[in-house]
Design a protein around this ligand. Structure first.
Ligand SMILES: [Zn+2]
Length: 394
């Protein structure tokens, strides 16, 4: 029995190591066996065996040998990801539109499709819309490419464990079992994962964007409302129920405007899309597309200075609380940052403790408009990266 147990453990370790090698190649696109050997603290022959198994599964292939960093010694055998071998469906539900992407291994966004949504759309309507978009993006998928997961982003409070959208105020959703609804309509047997848009944005920028090699990052999303995804010590910060990061509802002006959450004077009432549209004299119906409005904005920048001050002041609170190295402003906040970066930074500097704020970089997403889509794809690839051989043999 002991021997059987050991064998089972060895098999589990091997599966885990296989996933770790694939994760590394997935993240980097290409690497060398020498680099894997040093990263994983395994010997060359073990790495060679794992790489050969991944080659047999069609997930990686050999590439041009890579010269060692020092320039000395033999070039090491290269490995690169085979993007078309496996793909996921990444679904980004926004307040005014849905985007579905077919995303190949290595997070190559091969094709995307988008449909606008009516105000406060019914969950069933959104699920039906997704079915149509999925059919469109799968239509020309290679027959050798295996679907391995579905990742869904929603702008709201999400309980990832059972796929429940607890509260998405800007969609008008309360307690919607949205992951189950999408799974039922799509009729696909792969894993479906769902998460909050800002959490997925943080994940994407951490793995592939402005926060690569950064262990402490805050991604602040602006999509009508304001939320944050937090990476601390290299891991997502969830909180007791997984709901951490609702920074749009920090109390900012206790006697201020009523917020849709029921409270008064939340940060979102001062820096949300409604407040910005009001500040620049834009009609209320542009609120869902405020990023595009700001990208074309040619009015006086002074009309945005008070908003910039509120944004910077709120960010200073976040920086004092979490001590990040990088703060990434996504959605319409990226567009705002492009217009009034000096004013935002001045307000950040005036509000941060020097110890917490001395080194912080406030920037825009490197992945641009794809940030949340890529985050949803990363979440959907998780089961393949945990057990490549197991998932492909299902
Ligand atoms: Zn609120």
């Amino acid at each position: 029995m002991a021997r059987a147990g050991t064998g089972t453990n060895q098999e589990a370790v091997r599966r885990h190591n296989l996933g770790t090698v694939l994760r590394y190649v997935h993240r980097t696109g290409s690497t060398s066996r020498a680099s894997l050997t040093s990263q994983m603290a395994l010997n060359r022959s073990t790495i060679g065996g794992l790489a050969a198994t991944l080659e047999d599964l069609g997930l990686v292939r050999r590439s041009t040998p890579v010269a060692s960093r020092a320039g000395a010694g033999r070039p090491s055998a290269g490995l690169e990801v085979v993007s078309r071998r496996a793909y996921v469906l990444a679904i980004d539900v926004g307040v005014d539109r849905v985007v579905v992407g077919r995303v190949g291994l290595g997070c190559d966004v091969e094709v995307r499709a988008r449909v606008n949504l009516p105000p406060e759309p019914a969950p069933e309507h959104v699920a039906e819309t997704i079915v149509g978009l999925v059919a469109a993006v799968r239509a020309d998928a290679s027959p050798e490419s295996t679907l391995v997961g579905v990742g869904i982003s929603v702008p709201g409070v999400v309980r990832e464990a059972d796929g429940m959208v607890v509260f998405a105020p800007n969609l008008g959703w309360h307690e919607v079992p949205f992951a189950a609804l999408v799974r039922e309509r799509l009729g696909l047997t792969v894993d479906h994962v769902i998460a909050n848009d800002a959490d997925l944005g943080a994940r994407a920028e951490h793995v592939r964007g402005a926060g690569v090699a950064v262990d402490h990052l805050v991604y602040v999303s602006g999509d009508v409302g304001v939320g944050a995804g937090v990476i601390t010590d290299g891991r997502p910060l969830g909180g007791a129920g997984g709901f951490a990061g609702e920074i749009g509802h920090m109390s900012f002006a206790p006697n201020g405007l009523r917020c849709h959450c029921g409270s008064r004077g939340c940060w979102e009432t001062q820096v949300g899309a409604v407040a910005i549209a009001r500040a620049i004299g834009a009609p209320a119906d542009v609120v869902p597309t405020l990023d595009a409005v700001l990208d074309d904005f040619d009015g006086p920048p002074e009309s945005l200075h008070e908003i910039a001050h509120h944004v910077g002041h709120g960010l200073a609170n976040v920086i004092n609380m979490l001590n990040p190295q990088v703060v990434v402003l996504g959605g319409y906040l990226a567009s705002l940052h492009r217009l009034v970066e000096p004013e935002i930074l001045a307000a950040v500097r005036s509000g941060v403790m020097s110890a917490a704020g001395g080194q912080v970089l406030v920037t825009r997403p490197t992945l641009g408009a794809d940030t949340v889509l890529v985050g949803a794809a990363e979440a959907a690839f998780e089961s393949l990266l945990a057990d490549p051989a197991g998932v492909l043999s299902r």
